[in-house]
Design a protein around this ligand. Structure first.
Ligand code: ADP
Ligand code: MG
Length: 220
């Protein structure tokens, strides 16, 4: 599913070079749920932004779903973000003027698979326990509900890979447990491949495998 080889990323910040990734090798097979842990600044978010086609790497190779990410055109990378990779962030990044349903539907529209809703759209809502909350705008939803909407938006186009960057970072224990349970359910029931960044050991334990990063490298 994901094959990363000798990946590096150098940011040029004024006079200094920041080596965010210093040669990362990682394989993730289809259906895995992998937790990525490591201290702040170790390169976790940079790795995710590269996987999502949001940031170009400095060197190395990345294959996602058999396709060479670095060989893609801009249009192909945009398409990757719309259809192959789903993102969930610590801050839910919902559009405040749209309802929960609108926030989810817009992801389908962008990918060119708008209305009518079909059975699998309804299945996603049911799995996430959102059926009763669809008419509400984000401000009327709890943090846990907003994150569930964000997860629905991320998976509604059936991405090959779901990337979650600190998905429970803003949530209390009860909502964290609910969101992590949902991620595990998506993995168990739908075989969704998930790569999740977290600094919380309890959250990391939901993964099948824990990958540790430090100073731009995977250390175990
Ligand atoms: N856009 C950027 N410009 C300059 N430096 C950056 C940028 N993004 C990240 N970095 C630096 O790269 C390193 C890794 O950051 P990041 O991937 O965000 O780590 P993590 O997510 O593990 O906290 C840090 O030293 C950070 O300051
Ligand atoms: Mg980060």
């Amino acid at each position: 599913m994901i094959e990363i080889h000798d990946l590096t990323k150098v940011f040029h910040a004024g006079e200094v070079d920041v080596h965010a990734l210093r040669g990362v090798d990682l394989s993730v097979t289809r259906g895995e749920f992998v937790a990525v842990v490591g201290p702040s600044g170790s390169g976790k978010s940079t790795l995710f932004h590269i996987l999502g086609g949001l940031t170009p790497p400095t060197s190395g190779t990345v294959h996602i779903d058999g396709r060479d990410l670095l060989a893609m055109t801009d249009a192909e990378r945009t398409n990757l973000r719309k259809t192959t990779v789903g993102f969930v962030f610590q801050k839910y990044n919902l559009l405040p003027t749209l309802t929960a349903a609108g926030n989810i539907e817009i992801a389908r529209d962008i990918a060119g698979r708008g209305a009518p809703r079909d059975a699998d759209f309804d299945q996603v809502l049911k799995l996430l326990g959102l059926e009763g909350r669809l008419a509400h705008k984000p401000r009327a939803l709890s943090g846990g509900e907003q994150q569930r909407v964000a997860i629905a938006r991320a998976i509604v186009n059936h991405p090959a890979l779901l990337l979650a960057d600190e998905p429970t970072g803003n949530l209390d224990t009860e909502n964290s447990t609910a969101v992590l349970g949902i991620l595990r359910d998506l993995n168990d029931r739908l075989g969704q491949t998930i790569l999740m960044i977290t600094h919380n050991p309890d959250a990391a334990a939901y993964g099948h495998r824990i990958v540790k990063m430090r100073d731009g490298r995977i250390v175990e």
